[in-house]
Every structure is written in C-alpha cells, then in structure tokens.
Design a protein around this ligand. Sequence first.
Ligand SMILES: CC(C)(COP(=O)(O)OP(=O)(O)OC[C@H]1O[C@@H](n2cnc3c(N)ncnc32)[C@H](O)[C@@H]1OP(=O)(O)O)[C@@H](O)C(=O)NCCC(=O)NCCS
Length: 273
Amino acid sequence: MNKNNDLSVALVALNQLNSDILLIMNAKQPTPYSIAFTTALPHGVVVGVHLPDSKEPVPDDVISRLYKGEVEVAKGFSGYKQVSWVGGRIAASMATKGFGFPRRPVLSGPSGEPIYDGGLCVTISHKRTMAVAMVARSSHGSIGIDLEIPQKPRLGIAERVLTPTELADVRALPRERQWTATIMRFALKEALYKALFPRVRRFVDFNEAEITPDVNGPAEYILTLRNEEGPFIAEGRIHWLGEHLLATAHVREPRKRRRRRPKARETGQEADR
Ligand SMILES: CC(C)(COP(=O)(O)OP(=O)(O)OC[C@H]1O[C@@H](n2cnc3c(N)ncnc32)[C@H](O)[C@@H]1OP(=O)(O)O)[C@@H](O)C(=O)NCCC(=O)NCCS
C-alpha cells in the first residue's frame, strides 16, 4: 500500500478518534458565539467558536465580551466580516487563557495578520459557521491555522495551488480521493502562509512550498522561498473535526548547535598549571 492509500485509511481512523469533538460540533442549533470545542494539538491550543451563519450585526452583549481595543475595531466592521472577526477574537481570548499571560486584545496588522502584543502567537481562521484560533508561546516558533469544509469538490483550484509534483501526486490517486488530497494540501499551504508571514512579511505564493501530507505524523514542507529567506523548519498537521478539516503549521529557525567547550586537556591548559 502506498503512502497516499495509507493516508485515506488513517483519515477514517482519525475521524473516529475525534468523535468526542464531533459530538460537540454536531450539536443541533448551537448558540451563536458559544465555544464549540477546546483542544490541545501539537502546534498549540485550539478553540472553536460557533458563528451564526448570518450577516446580522453582532449583538451588543457579545461585542461587550471583547477586550477594550477590540470593541472599537469590531464596531467598525459590518456583515460577515464583523461576525467572523468577533468570533475569531472570542476563540483567541479563550485559547490564550491558561498560558498565564496578561489579558491583551488581538488586533489586526496592516496585512490582516493577527497581532497579540507579547509572548504568545495567535492565528485565526473562519468559515461561515465556525471560527477557530490557535495559540502557542512565541518562543517556540510561529504558527498558522486554516479551517476548511471539504464538502463540495472544486478540483479547478488544484492547478492554481499545487506545484507540478503535487499535481502529479494527486492525479495518481483514484478520482474520488483527489479532492480531499487537494484540499488538504491547500489548507496546509494557507496555514503555512500564516505561520511564515511574521518572518517574511510578504505575500508567499502557492508554488513556494511543496507538501507531502501524512496524518500519522507531521506533513513535510519543502520551502523554495523566492527571496531565499530562512532557513526555516516548517511542519504541518492535518486534523479532522467532524465536517471541518483543520490544518496547522509551525515554523521555526533551526536550533543553533552549542559548541562543545574543549576540555582543559585538549587546550593544553592543564599542563600550564
Ligand atoms: C491570508 C489568507 C491565508 C487568509 O485565508 P482565508 O481562507 O481567506 O481566510 P481565513 O478565514 O482562513 O483566515 C482569515 C484570518 O487570517 C489571518 N490573516 C490574514 N492575513 C494574514 C497574514 N498576512 N498573516 C497571518 N495571518 C493572516 C487573520 O487573522 C484573518 O482573520 P481576522 O481578519 O478575523 O483576524 C488568504 O486570503 C491568502 O492570502 N492566501 C494566499 C497566500 C497563501 O496561502 N500562500 C500559500 C503559501 S505556500
């Protein structure tokens, strides 16, 4: 059995493993802006928040749950942007609890990146009925998250987001598996972009990374960054939460090897004494 076949079998098993989360996410008519799930994943603590699937203004009692700096920003948005932005902040606020850092707002930088001022990395993604935020200590590296619902196949995106090698890997699969294989790679790339952005501070194209997903462990990213930034070590993971596919990415610099101190004997100091 090749690696991609292994992947499909493992995906089914993983889906069952996540059944506790599945139960929560399948709850009928969840309360808008309530917590859908909280979980600790290899790249950080993730919180999901139910969104109302409506462009109605976010109720004042929900906005009042945000931090001071966030309230003003949220009130400046309307429609789905307001709904998703607020949902992401509620998720981020929940996910930062427990790290023991002071309460701070999560604002948006000039390129749309979430900004949390001090000690933690925050990354956010949303779909119409769910917002997710992942939080980790910034001393461990930078992180990214992407949420997708792989229900309706849109195989047309494959040529836009996959490299020729990835495209060949996907097309070698049975047709019914090609969409899942495509959306997994897409989500892993979007998550990677969010994790890379704080380091490169520019748009990163889809052909600047190549991925081999593996649900049994980290997905391997091979980076070919246009401006040769780095070196970086990048790792991706796929998680299935009911109908949602969650991709997370972690980027760090290679650890500097500590130079071994030569023993006195090797430097001749012992003889000098
Ligand atoms: C920025 C981008 C990844 C957002 O993805 P999306 O599917 O449109 O939306 P999502 O809901 O998943 O994510 C939105 C969140 O992304 C975050 N985000 C936006 N720009 C960001 C950036 N430059 N860096 C990090 N995070 C960013 C924000 O937190 C935003 O939520 P918020 O506005 O509520 O704070 C996407 O629009 C994009 O530009 N993709 C192309 C770049 C890419 O993926 N390259 C692949 C490299 S291999």
